[in-house]
Design a protein around this ligand. Structure first.
Ligand code: ADP
Ligand code: MG
Length: 699
């Protein structure tokens, strides 16, 4: 057993009770875990502040002086409070203890030279340090104090009396132990030299106890690089193993169905971007390797058509195809769109979702098994084990961010060979982030909208400006258009939100007595939902009052107004998705974001960027900067990207790219994992896969 694998219980100062807290609250079970529990900030302890310079805004500071006298106060509930008046000659602060009086009197004495470390607070007009760290000044060499690390603790730990200092003390013991052992390198010397990285032992020491900011940044660089490098190596190794393990079906020809569709059924010319992407997909599918391609394209850029043509190529080569959507509404809409496109062609397209039940379901399952159904459209229901294809050649996954890598993997086991996979997403992702989240996929981008689209005009209105808003809607509808009005329903289960929608719907009926309204939300029965949607799609109703169930995919080209109420409750990508429901026809479209007056500065930035641009990539970049990647849709489910301990996908874009390049280089040089120089990498990767649930899930 290595040093890193040793049970944390055997660290002096831990023991079974503390071990349990560390394990439960922070997931720390071994020496290695504690070493990798990095500080989230540092405070410079080489500096002493004059007491006269203190103010209540300061973070942790140090002062040096003497205790003038002690006082005792009787607090509420009969609790005793001990106060020491402390001075450095420039002023006086109070040191306060709410417990442990006996210990205080025994340990600290009037007139001795102390260094106090704490966060200054204000109480009854005086500065004070509550339960400060106190050190004997004669025992401290300031220049050697370095930076004080700060560690995360949970609420429950605080209740049990733990603080950042508790972790600090344990870490200090461990880092001291670390000095006496040989720490094996995890990176090859060539990489260390190339990037001027410090060795692993130094990095692990400095990350906890740097003497200055330079040591902090060197340690961080090394550890971030290492982390990102192994993430990339994991993804690339995985992709390359898969390529060796599985053969891809070879779709040699574009045949009768594709050609007939292209010549006689395609109602418009493909955009340049659509043509380019079709070429990329064609090349993949005849290469002999399994296609794993991510198709990125803004809402309305025409991804569905690309998906359909991809599926037709499979059909032309004697295979079946499926397309999987994240919601029932979207699956139904795909079914309808595809059937319309293929009208008059001898192709059987069927639907399989959770609501397809009983005999109807059995008929679909039979048709899939005997191959008479050529295109299957559905939801998650498609990846269930009882769905057995005769020969699935292509699987399209729409709106990828709701499907994880593991779910994607389940599709491969539907056949002897895995089908070609095309993943489509309308949430553009910054390049460096995509490298990590979708790192095992090739990427195609549709960066061009079909011709004749007018950019959507986005406006911000406050919720007391509804009269002009309603008049605007009225005007548009009188011109023959339709409007969406969206209520926030972040969690479909929240009753209060639903009530909000129901009441809003009733109010809107009174406001627009001259129009017909539809209503859709996630709690409705599927059939009911479908009927309401249907009325809006057919133009029988002019206003669709909805929750975010319409977020993805719904296509009503005649709709030209999107009103989003309480827009501050939506994230950027959600707002962008919702806005994409309009601007699909030839008419000028509008998106109105309604909020209250009081907005946080972050919310204001979100609204501003929405009003400024329709460019999904710019919005994605802004989103990443504002929120950080942990919250971005996709990162949670990706199974690869989250769980980073020190690197940050939002801030370390450049480093991600470098780590990627380096990992690619290693795999190029040592595709079989046999070179002695790189042995440590494969060992480390195996170890990471073994100990990290998320990494092993996909490998
Ligand atoms: P996405 O899925 O990328 O959001 P869709 O595939 O739903 O976009 O396409 C949006 C609309 O644009 C659909 O009505 C579709 O028929 C239409 N469309 C797609 N490609 C073209 C094109 N090349 N020219 C004109 N209209 C197109
Ligand atoms: Mg779509």
């Amino acid at each position: 057993m290595t040093f890193f694998e040793q049970d944390i219980m055997y660290l002096p100062g831990v023991g079974p009770r503390k071990k349990e807290v560390l394990s439960r609250e922070l997931g720390i079970n071994t020496f290695g875990d504690l070493l990798e529990d990095y500080p989230y900030k540092y405070v410079d302890r080489s500096k002493i502040y004059p007491i006269s310079s203190l103010n209540g805004e300061m973070p942790y500071v140090q002062v040096r002086g003497r205790i003038l006298s002690f006082d005792e106060f009787q607090g509420q509930g009969g609790k005793k409070r001990v106060v020491a008046h402390f001075s450095d000659g420039t002023g006086v602060v109070d040191l306060v203890w709410f417990s442990g009086a006996k210990y205080v009197y025994k340990t600290y004495h009037v007139g001795e030279d102390y260094i106090i470390f704490g966060k200054p607070g204000v109480y009854s007009g005086r500065y004070q340090f509550a339960h400060p760290d106190i050190e004997d000044a004669s025992k401290i060499e300031l220049s050697k104090m370095g930076m004080q690390p700060y560690y995360n603790t949970t609420e429950r730990m605080k209740k049990l009396g733990w603080s950042s200092r508790s972790i600090d003390k344990l870490t200090k013991t461990l880092v001291e132990k670390l000095q006496n052992i040989d720490v094996p390198e995890t990176l090859p010397q060539s990489v260390i030299t190339h990037f001027h990285l410090v060795d692993r032992k130094t990095a692990l020491t400095w990350i906890h106890y740097p003497k200055n900011a330079d040591e902090t940044s060197k340690a961080r660089l090394r550890l971030k690089f290492e982390e990102l490098f192994f993430v990339q190596l994991n993804i690339l190794r995985y992709a390359s193993d898969r390529q060796h393990k599985y053969r891809g079906y070879i779709f040699r020809h574009v045949g009768a169905l594709f050609n007939d569709f292209y010549a006689h059924h395609l109602p418009f010319e493909l955009t340049g971007a659509q043509k380019r992407v079709m070429h990329e997909i064609r090349d993949d599918m005849r290469s002999g390797a399994q296609m794993n391609r991510l198709l990125q394209g803004d809402v309305g850029s025409g991804k569905t058509l690309v998906a359909l043509m991809t599926m037709l190529i499979a059909l032309d080569n004697g295979f079946q195809a499926c397309i999987m959507a994240p919601t029932e509404i979207l699956a139904e809409q795909h079914l309808q769109t595809i059937r319309e496109f293929l009208d008059g062609m001898p192709i059987r397209v069927e639907l399989l979702t959770g609501i397809v039940k009983g005999k109807r379901r059995q008929k679909v399952l039979d048709g899939i098994a005997d191959g008479t159904i050529q295109i299957l459209v559905g939801t998650h229901a498609l990846i269930e084990d009882n769905v057995v294809f005769q020969n699935l050649g292509v699987a399209v996954i729409d709106e990828q961010h709701r499907f994880g890598v593991a779910q994607r993997a389940r599709l491969w086991h539907k056949n002897e060979n895995p089908p070609h996979i095309l993943v489509m997403t309308a949430t553009p992702i910054p390049r460096t982030l995509a490298m990590t989240i979708y790192g095992d996929l090739e990427v195609s981008v549709i960066d061009e909208l079909p011709p004749g689209r007018k950019p959507i005009v986005t406006l911000h209105k406050y919720d007391n400006q509804t009269t002009s808003l309603y008049n605007g809607i009225r005007q548009q509808i009188k011109l023959g258009r339709q409007a969406y009005i969206v209520f926030p329903l972040i969690k479909e289960s929240e009753k209060s939100d639903l009530k909000n929608l129901e009441e809003g719907y009733e109010a809107l009926k009174d406001i627009f007595p001259e129009f017909q309204l539809s209503k859709v939300h996630g709690k409705m029965k599927a059939a009911e939902k479908e009927a309401e949607m249907e009325k809006f799609v057919k133009g029988e109703t002019q206003i669709l009052v909805a929750t975010t169930v319409i977020e993805v995919g719904v296509n009503v080209p005649n709709a030209s107004v999107m009103v989003i109420l309480d827009a501050d409750r939506f994230g950027l990508s959600q707002l962008h998705q919702l806005r994409g429901r309009v601007g699909r026809g030839a008419d000028q479209s509008f998106c109105i974001l309604v909020t209250g007056y009081k907005l946080s500065s972050e919310t204001r930035k979100r609204i501003d960027i929405m009003c400024e641009t329709n460019d999904g990539f710019r919005i994605a970049e802004a989103d990443l900067k504002l929120r950080g990647p942990g919250d971005l849709e996709g990162t949670q489910q990706s199974g690869i990207a989250f769980d980073l301990k020190i690197a940050n996908l939002a801030q370390d874009g450049q480093l991600i790219a470098l780590a990627r390049e380096e990992a690619e280089k290693v795999l190029r040089e040592d595709p079989q994992g046999q070179m002695a120089e790189y042995q440590m990498l494969w060992d480390r990767l195996r170890e990471l896969r073994r100990t990290n649930e998320n990494w092993s899930a996909i490998s």
